[in-house]
Design a protein around this ligand. Structure first.
Ligand SMILES: Cc1cc2nc3c(=O)[nH]c(=O)nc-3n(C[C@H](O)[C@H](O)[C@H](O)COP(=O)(O)O)c2cc1C
Length: 215
């Protein structure tokens, strides 16, 4: 490698977090940070890195877009037969990492994923552009394919089939909602002395415990 990676470093000084900034419930604060990322026009503010675990116990990640935050749950849409989908069918433990580099912030969520209702998936599916709805119907997400032509042929044939009709959501495509059990807010600070606050949900007393973590 020609570039010396060891020399690439930045000081983080855009903000700070005090315990007095931290509400009892982390979800309104998450919403505030997400809104601030949208307002600051960060690249893909709703993008989130989703971590799942295979039946063999090996972790993997990929990016999706957060499509709703409702009743304290994080909602995204995907193919239920994809790699992540087969992982979640076996083990619903999931991680969600939001990284907003422009604001020197990250939020890490860990929790339990479950499928949203068919009605909710149908409603969201119909808001997607026509071509995305067609794409969702024909893509065997995460499976090997011979070449790009194969998928383009399927796309064109399916698009012709549904022309002028309401495209039906395929049963293998839909939403997951993530019930958070652990939420960490991270704000970069100078000299790598970052601010980290961890919320852990206690089901016993139905409340969130707050701790400051070392950077
Ligand atoms: C910015 C961005 C947003 C994406 N959004 C989604 C999404 O909302 N749903 C989805 O299934 N894949 C989305 N993808 C593609 C996934 O990262 C991934 O390739 C796909 O879901 C297959 O993952 P898997 O094989 O691990 O299941 C997105 C990729 C990027 C870069």
């Amino acid at each position: 490698m020609k570039i010396n990676l060891a020399n690439i470093r930045q000081e983080y000084a855009k903000g700070g977090l005090k315990v007095s900034d931290m509400p009892d419930n982390p979800l309104p604060l998450f919403e505030k940070w997400l809104n601030e990322a949208i307002e600051a026009q960060t690249a893909e503010p709703t993008a989130v890195l989703v971590g799942t675990v295979s039946p063999e116990g090996t972790p993997s990640t990929r990016t999706v877009l957060l499509k709703a935050l409702r009743e304290g749950k994080f909602v995204f849409y995907t193919n239920y037969e994809s790699r992540k989908g087969t992982h979640l069918a076996n083990n619903p433990h999931i991680s969600l990492s939001f990284v907003w580099h422009e604001l020197e912030r990250q939020v890490h969520v860990e929790g339990i994923a479950s499928k949203v209702s068919a009605q909710e998936s149908d409603a969201y599916f119909q808001t997607r552009p026509y071509k995305s709805r067609i794409g969702a119907r024909i893509s065997p997400q995460s499976r090997p394919i011979a070449n790009r032509m194969e998928i383009m042929r399927k796309f064109v044939a399916e698009a012709a089939r549904w022309l002028g009709k309401e495209v039906e959501r395929p049963s293998n495509w839909g939403g997951y909602e993530v019930e958070p059990l652990r939420i960490e807010f991270w704000q970069g600070r100078p000299s790598r002395l970052h601010d980290r606050f961890l919320y852990t949900f206690s089901a016993q007393d139905n409340s969130w415990k707050l701790e400051r973590l070392a950077p």
